[in-house]
Design a binder for this molecule. Structure first.
Ligand SMILES: *[C@@H]1O[C@H](CO)[C@@H](O)[C@H](O)[C@H]1NC(C)=O
Ligand SMILES: *[C@@H]1O[C@H](CO)[C@@H](O)[C@H](O)[C@H]1NC(C)=O
Ligand SMILES: *[C@@H]1O[C@H](CO)[C@@H](O)[C@H](O)[C@H]1NC(C)=O
Ligand SMILES: *[C@@H]1O[C@H](CO)[C@@H](O)[C@H](O)[C@H]1NC(C)=O
Ligand SMILES: *[C@@H]1O[C@H](CO)[C@@H](O)[C@H](O)[C@H]1NC(C)=O
Ligand SMILES: *[C@@H]1O[C@H](CO)[C@@H](O)[C@H](O)[C@H]1NC(C)=O
Ligand SMILES: *[C@@H]1O[C@H](CO)[C@@H](O)[C@H](O)[C@H]1NC(C)=O
Ligand SMILES: *[C@@H]1O[C@H](CO)[C@@H](O)[C@H](O)[C@H]1NC(C)=O
Ligand SMILES: *[C@@H]1O[C@H](CO)[C@@H](O)[C@H](O)[C@H]1NC(C)=O
Ligand SMILES: *[C@@H]1O[C@H](CO)[C@@H](O)[C@H](O)[C@H]1NC(C)=O
Ligand SMILES: *[C@@H]1O[C@H](CO)[C@@H](O)[C@H](O)[C@H]1NC(C)=O
Ligand SMILES: *[C@@H]1O[C@H](CO)[C@@H](O)[C@H](O)[C@H]1NC(C)=O
Length: 642
């Protein structure tokens, strides 16, 4: 058993390979190879054609599970130097494959490979001697030498930042199951990811093999949708269909690897007090004890924390993508309203809800955005107007240039580079005076018009409360009471405060008024501030405001009880105007942590607003800015930049 001593395959799950006749459903198993833990799904992807037991014996098959590297050789002959180059490529392009998978080697090639055992390789098979029942991609596999079954190897990772509810696996029937495996001793859920070697992106499948986490308000066939509420999670059975937004990503080749935590019913919650039903995910930046913002918290923190994850999907109604992107220092979209279907996604307010995606890299982000927001037109020319709304920028901008060492100085440097890239200079505007001078309310209501902070003070709070009461809260509470002898479900303080506020309003009149105010603002912002559309650059203008400025929000600080979200700020502009608002990392600012008692850094990020439905122009601009070295991809962990 020399083979087993080098390979060390440890069965953690027993009963995983029992025959169907025993009526026990296998759910896969976890195995250890080297120091790494893998999940082996229950169903083989192909089998080796073992013609008889003596042939099996001559191939050293002893009934063990043997790790194999499969190689689809493109050329004619395959020899040691070809093998060396495949090994070198595998080592840099995949986190699942390792040289421990070299115990067995299977070469698909037109001719018999000229290789002999050695260097830890004990078995060499090829398509000429031992055909496969089906062709499979190159990569790491585990071969069951009793049956000849070939199983994929998925690497397990721990969710150390507590970003997820559970890991997911495709169920082979178009849906997903909750991952049954767990890394012992981690005290968190585990996530399984497939080898990157199994996939190659194409035009039809630009997201092939991309590992994606999905906020737990999007329905996925086979999985429950919990919306951050424990009672809601238990109340409804697993979904029988995947929502169109997630299906589009799956159709593009994406692999859904986890359901990520949402703050409750996608309402804003601040760590830790507000997060009663589930513990808030851990923002990895700085001292690791900063709030990760909400409501797409798990999605935002996971992209900032895990290099093995490629994208995370969230939603943004009033800042639920942009807040986490800013706090966690990653790229995050609030797209134009209507950019993706939100059918079978839990609503907060359908008039305002949008589906967004987080990424660590502007070019990867563009690939996902172009695929997901499929109905928009691409633009590769950019606006020559940069709108700089002075009343949304920090007071240090009143000094020109801003004081060095501040977030504003960092923003200013970034905007200067953007100005030179777009061959323009910023146009300063003051939204307050512009509204006062050009608001349609002048003609319709009064002169001067009521200020924006009055017109839009309760608009958001009214819409989300009234919509969510009728679409989510009332039906859920009724269903729960019906199945719990009239008892009510627990609701976290933040959504409860909002719903309770909404219950004091006249739903009919307030909603109509809120829609009117929203529409007046939208038309004004799109036509007057952004100055309409442009057939070459989509939008006439780009509107910039600060998203996060390296400020601390410690998660061990006690906060005030939540209230309904009144007020108007720059973050509400895209919400009402239906425009995209995309968050881009700019830098990081030092602070003295009261946790680590050391100097740490926190993200500085900027928001780009542009005309409605011009999302793909922005993705293209960010990719071009990354090429020009003005925008940089970020890394995972405490610091955004390596
Ligand atoms: C096993 O199969 C091989 C290939 O078909 C054949 O040459 C060999 O004789 C078989 N051995 C036995 C014991 O049947
Ligand atoms: C084993 O490794 C050595 C050194 O990398 C290489 O020269 C040789 O070709 C390898 N042999 C096989 C059978 O892979
Ligand atoms: C799927 O679930 C929905 C909602 O629970 C239900 O109305 C519908 O009948 C189900 N469809 C199928 C095909 O089971
Ligand atoms: C985008 O276009 C596709 C194909 O025409 C259509 O099925 C889909 O509903 C559209 N999506 C949105 C969000 O409008
Ligand atoms: C913007 O205009 C308002 C109203 O005229 C004024 O009070 C405010 O100081 C201006 N803001 C800046 C930063 O200039
Ligand atoms: C608003 O405009 C009116 C004139 O229509 C002017 O008297 C007033 O000072 C302006 N207010 C602000 C805050 O700019
Ligand atoms: C916004 O509305 C709330 C609730 O009605 C009120 O308490 C607050 O004073 C209002 N703020 C402004 C600026 O109108
Ligand atoms: C809401 O306001 C309308 C218009 O004033 C009124 O007709 C209606 O009765 C009110 N609804 C409730 C529930 O009070
Ligand atoms: C709509 O705007 C009017 C005029 O400023 C304001 O009095 C009202 O409170 C606003 N209502 C809502 C629901 O936004
Ligand atoms: C608005 O856009 C048009 C082109 O569509 C341009 O001619 C005009 O100068 C722009 N106005 C402002 C205020 O930027
Ligand atoms: C863009 O608009 C301008 C002015 O309206 C027009 O002259 C030009 O032909 C348009 N270009 C395209 C490509 O449609
Ligand atoms: C951190 O504290 C040291 C010592 O008090 C101080 O010199 C330094 O300026 C502080 N740094 C920041 C970023 O606040």
């Amino acid at each position: 058993m020399q083979l087993l001593s080098t390979v060390l395959v440890a069965l953690v799950f027993s009963g995983a390979r029992v025959a169907d006749a025993l009526q026990v459903l296998p759910t896969g198993m976890t195995v250890v190879l080297g120091n790494v833990i893998y999940f082996i799904p229950p169903t083989p992807v192909a089998t080796l054609s073992l013609r008889n037991s003596s042939e099996a014996a001559s191939l050293k098959f002893g009934g063990a599970l043997v790790p194999f590297t499969f190689i689809n050789a493109s050329g004619g002959s395959f020899g040691p130097s070809d093998l060396a180059s495949v090994v070198a490529k595998n080592a840099i392009s995949d986190d699942v494959w390792s040289s421990d998978f070299m115990s067995g080697l299977y070469i698909t090639s037109a001719t018999t490979p000229s290789l002999s055992p050695g260097n830890g390789t004990e078995i060499i098979l090829s398509s000429s001697g031992t055909p496969l029942s089906a062709s499979i991609p190159s990569g790491p596999y585990v071969v069951d030498t009793t049956s000849g079954g070939i199983f994929e190897a998925w690497r397990l990772y721990s969710d150390e930042n507590q970003a997820f509810l559970y890991g997911t696996m495709p169920d082979g029937n178009g849906g997903f199951t909750e991952l049954s495996a767990n890394i012992a001793g981690a005290a968190t859920v585990s996530i399984a990811v497939p080898s990157r070697l199994y996939f190659s992106p194409t035009a039809d499948k630009p997201l092939a093999g991309a590992r994606i986490a999905v906020k737990d308000i999007f329905d996925i066939q086979g999985l429950r949708t919990g919306c951050g509420n424990r009672a809601y999670f238990q109340q409804y059975p697993p979904k029988n269909a995947t929502c169109p937004a997630v299906q589009r990503l799956i159709d593009g080749g994406a692999i859904i690897v986890a359901k990520s935590k949402a703050s409750q019913f996608a309402n804003g919650e601040t760590a830790t007090d507000d997060w009663v039903d589930y513990h808030a995910p851990y923002n990895p930046r700085g001292d690791g004890y900063q709030d990760g913002s909400s409501s797409s918290t798990g999605s935002g923190t996971s992209i900032a924390a895990y290099s093995w994850l490629d994208y995370a999907v969230g939603s943004d109604t009033g800042g639920s993508m942009r807040g986490p992107a800013g706090a966690n220092g990653v790229f995050g979209t609030r797209p134009s309203h209507g950019a993706v279907s939100l059918t079978d996604v839990m609503p907060l307010s359908p008039e305002l809800d949008t589906g967004g995606i987080f990424s660590r890299d502007a070019k990867s982000w563009q690939i996902a955005g172009n695929w997901w927001y499929q109905n928009f037109t691409q633009f590769n020319k950019y606006p020559s107007t940069i709108l700089f709304p002075v009343d949304t920028w920090g007071s240090s901008f009143l000094e020109n240039p801003p004081k060095s060492g501040t977030a504003d100085a960092m923003f200013n440097t970034f905007i200067q580079k953007l100005e030179s890239f777009l061959n323009t200079s910023r146009t300063e505007i003051n939204l307050t005076t512009m509204w006062n001078a050009t608001s349609p309310f002048i003609a319709n209501v009064s002169n001067p018009p009521p200020p924006l902070r009055t017109v839009l003070n309760t608009t958001y709070a009214d819409l989300i409360a009234l919509d969510q009461i009728s679409l989510v809260a009332d039906p859920f509470i009724a269903d729960y009471k019906a199945s719990h002898a009239g008892q009510s479900p627990f609701i976290d303080p933040a959504p409860l405060a909002r719903w309770n506020y909404g219950r004091t309003l006249n739903a009919t009149t307030r909603k109509a008024e809120a829609i009117t105010n929203k529409t007046v603002f939208m038309n004004w912002f799109q036509n007057t501030v952004l100055n309409g559309t442009n057939n070459e650059t989509c939008s006439n203008a780009i509107f910039l405001y600060p998203q996060s400025s390296g400020e601390t929000t410690y998660r061990n600080a006690y906060i005030k009880p939540p209230t309904a979200p009144f007020g108007f700020s720059a973050g509400r502009i895209a919400v009402y105007a239906e425009t995209p608002d995309m968050v881009v990392p700019v830098g990081e600012l030092p602070y003295n942590s009261t946790i680590s008692l050391a100097t740490e850094t926190l993200p500085v990020t900027i928001s780009f607003i542009t005309q409605k439905n011009c999302d793909l122009m922005l993705f293209s601009l960010f990719a071009a800015l990354q090429d020009a070295g003005i925008v940089s991809s970020v890394v995972t962990g405490q610091k955004m930049f390596a």
